[in-house]
Design a protein around this ligand. Sequence first.
Ligand SMILES: Cc1cc2nc3c(=O)[nH]c(=O)nc-3n(C[C@H](O)[C@H](O)[C@H](O)COP(=O)(O)OP(=O)(O)OC[C@H]3O[C@@H](n4cnc5c(N)ncnc54)[C@H](O)[C@@H]3O)c2cc1C
Length: 636
Amino acid sequence: MYHTQSPEEYDVVIMGAGFVGVCQARHLLLNIPNIKIALIDPRPEERTQKDLKLGESMVEVAALFVGKELGLYDYMTENHPPKYGLNFHWAKDPTKTETTDDYYHIWNNRQTLLASFQMNRAKFERDLLKMNKAMGAVFYPGRVVDVDLTPGDAIKTVKVKVEDSYLELRAKHVIDGAGRKFIIGKKTDNLLFGAENLFGVDTGSAWVRVKNVDRTIFHNGYDPNGATCSHYYGTNHWFGHGHWLWMIPTEKDSKEISIGISQHRSAIPDNQINTQEKFYAFLKANHKILYWLVMSGENVDFHYLPRISHTSKTFFSPDNWYVLGDAACIFDPFYSLGTTMIAFAIESVTEIVRAKLAGEPDAERKRAAYNEFNLTYTRINNHLIKEHDKQLGNASIMSWRIYQDYMWWFGVIVPMYAGKWHLDLDFIPRYVKGVQTNLNGYSEHLCQQFSELVAQGKNIGFMDCYRADQLLGNYHPLEHFDNFVENTKLEPRRCNIFACMKYTSFYTAIWYALFLWKGFGFGLLKPRNLYYLFYHLNNAIQCAIGEIIYKRFTKDLPANSQIAKMRQEFTTYRHQPQLQKWIENVEVSVGKEFNRSVVGATTNAPRVVRETKENNSSFHSSLFTFSLLYTIYRIS
Ligand SMILES: Cc1cc2nc3c(=O)[nH]c(=O)nc-3n(C[C@H](O)[C@H](O)[C@H](O)COP(=O)(O)OP(=O)(O)OC[C@H]3O[C@@H](n4cnc5c(N)ncnc54)[C@H](O)[C@@H]3O)c2cc1C
């Protein structure tokens, strides 16, 4: 059907129309005028109920990307459930897990500054594919069977099977968004599997989707003193030894939820969780509340994925191929960061493709820098779950760990994304160097300290990452330290990332001092601990210097150009206390209804009105004449 003698040539061919494929296509179409894009996917365009995928929960960066960069705030609000943060629950007594009250909680207690969403993936991908086609992308409902990855800028060939025919597409750039098919990863020996490449992470996952659940089993929604937002529409995390479970509402109308486990193999072997019966039995034994919840609805499907985690050596190649999403890396969905890593990657790829198509001299420099940035950022996310197998079940230690992760997420990662610093060629090398030093030093040391305290069975208190009453002053980890949301500093470099890093480093030093004191008492004074305390304070000072330089260079830049332009225009504004005429127009439209031949077009309106006035005055004068004659007649 699609056989062509001379193959079609595209600027970009995207293999896979999952989350990555449809989002990348839309981002390219919105940012590069007249770009020629092909999308290929064997799934039917009209997705079915069976076509359900993972990745239903977004956090701030992914939500900013989908809402702002893809222009989908209205679409998301109308079609997908809202998301109210992440909630975390640990059983007070592992033998008693009947109700939510049997758990200690960290509840997200408010609507956070940046809105986020849960997603029905099948619906999202179906709708975005339609939008992409309407914008000019060509969709091939087929399967990529091979790809010829020629070196450098040479044209690549993608071989596709559509029904019983084969066709070849030629491409300047090829993107692998085909998930775990690893089309490019296998061809280029680019993949890294195994705990030794992944900070020891070795997890599997089982999950079900259930509709028409009775959500009151989880919570009846009445918590007048506990929160100013919904508990159910959060992403709820349930913890136990060597595992955590997610609970995500994916559809409002059908009351559908996704419940799944991330199981660390050292604690839970595959063969004890890999069927629906075993998974339900696990819930019944360890999280009875979730068992009641899944039993209250109708099961839609069950899946088991024995090996979640992998990464890649290269994300963006000098040979114009790119691996994104699950085709590139995924570690553990603990903080729902899959779609966030995708957001960073898509923006990088669009900028590389744009620069290369435009023949810009620094295109290759961008490619190399963005590749490095994305490898580094994803490595942080991998490290975030290091040694979780030992720590997850310990409410005290995990609450401290989550608190610190939140400090860096809201303090640095979100502002960095909002300010487009991940695309800044001067910023990236400094950031990458800092992160690598941190990962090999402080983060590693801290992770060992968490595990040490778990082994000692210590209770060092319960930190709530949403509250502003636990560290210093009114500090809470959701603080950004720059008013980029309030003042829409959303253009590149407008958000003051140096202030964000300065304060986050400072508060991390305070957090670390408190953690050391609670965990180790006078052990706080050990040289290594003091070294890392001063390391954070020193980072804060370095960032303060960076901030001075940043402010000097940006002092004449407005926070937002659109607002600056409007304010400039406004200087000529004068209040005009008048209304535009409208009654005449009403008469015209009434006239239109009754006498189209006379009234004609709106531009005739003044004439019509005049005619009406003239008619009226001649009528009045006739009446006057008649009255006069009548009066004379009566007098005579
Ligand atoms: C257990 C688990 C839970 C997760 N939960 C979350 C979460 O809550 N939030 C989050 O952000 N992330 C989550 N993730 C990560 C999530 O997987 C990614 O965010 C996202 O789904 C990846 O999308 P993708 O487009 O890369 O892959 P997919 O969604 O798998 O898309 C790949 C597409 O390629 C197509 N395809 C396959 N073969 C071919 C071929 N030969 N030719 C052409 N097309 C092909 C497929 O049909 C499919 O449509 C989770 C991951 C796991 C493992």
